[in-house]
Write a protein that binds this ligand. Structure first.
Ligand code: HEC
Ligand code: HEC
Length: 213
């Protein structure tokens, strides 16, 4: 004899399906931007057919996304994230902290939840909202396209990523990145679609990742 009657089981089944459906909706809303795979071309092929002019042109296009407020707000020059299209210093005295997750009593996820909160000036969110750590700040703000390009390829400054292909791995659907295209609350989005951005970054990688002058 089972603890649950068949009827109870049937009811539980209905509830489970309802929950899954709800979870599915919540998820599909958050993942409006589907991940796009980075380049799969291997290093030897890249070396054989690199076109520096094409790489530079692609980078000059894509860099507009890096410098847009949605990305650059988490990649400031100092230790205070910035906010809004004006990129003003974050309110409430928020700072980076050692691991990029804020300081004791003022961690990012105290306020930033797993999804954007509805309402004017409410915190946006994805799981594990944080900025780069203190020993690897990955600054975008204040750089030229050339400086950013060189930094992206520098393992000492890009989180130890050895090749341009590895360097752009984080762009293949990391929620912190794709969030920029679903920022919530009427915030503006980067100046090109996520798909076009990935296309440009892949073109940059596949043509030898040359940096613009
Ligand atoms: C005390 C609550 C609080 C804490 C702690 C906090 N934030 Fe925020 N954050 C907010 C709110 C609220 C907003 C939205 C402000 C608005 O839209 O006017 C915001 C906005 C932002 C934005 C701007 C989004 C955009 O593009 O406009 C970034 C970036 C950000 N926070 C990063 C962080 C990081 C990184 C941490 C941890 C180091 C952090 N925040 C800690 C409340 C907080
Ligand atoms: C909520 C904060 C946040 C936002 C918004 C954000 N990033 Fe980041 N970014 C991070 C963190 C944290 C890391 C370090 C993670 C790691 O090393 O894996 C990082 C690392 C990176 C890296 C790898 C570092 C390097 O130099 O190779 C790139 C590239 C990058 N981000 C690009 C972007 C782009 C493009 C956008 C906007 C479309 C963006 N980020 C938006 C937090 C953010």
């Amino acid at each position: 004899m089972s603890i649950f009657s068949n009827k109870t089981f049937a009811k539980l089944g209905v509830v489970a399906v309802a929950c899954l459906t709800l979870a599915g909706f919540a998820l599909s809303e958050r993942l409006e931007v589907s991940p796009v795979e980075g380049s799969v071309v291997n290093e030897a092929e890249i070396a054989a057919s690199a076109d520096p002019a094409k790489a530079k042109a692609a980078f000059n296009e894509a860099v507009k996304v890096f410098f847009s407020a949605r990305c650059a707000n988490c990649h400031p020059a100092g230790d205070i994230p910035t906010q809004g299209d004006e990129m003003t210093p974050h309110a409430q005295g928020v700072t980076r902290g050692k691991d990029g997750k804020g300081v004791y009593g003022m961690t990012c996820t105290t306020c930033h939840q797993d999804s954007n909160l509805e309402g004017e000036h409410m915190p946006p969110g994805v799981p594990n909202w944080h900025m780069p750590p203190a020993n690897q700040k990955m600054v975008f703000q204040g750089l030229t396209a050339r400086q950013l390009c060189i930094q992206l390829k520098d393992p000492k400054r890009n989180g130890g990523r050895k090749t341009p292909k590895e360097a752009i791995h984080h762009l293949e659907g990391d929620p912190l990145v794709t969030w920029a295209w679903t920022p919530g609350n009427g915030r503006s989005v980067p100046p090109m679609s996520y798909e076009d951005f990935m296309k440009a970054m892949n073109t940059w990688v596949e043509n030898g990742a040359a940096c613009p002058e």
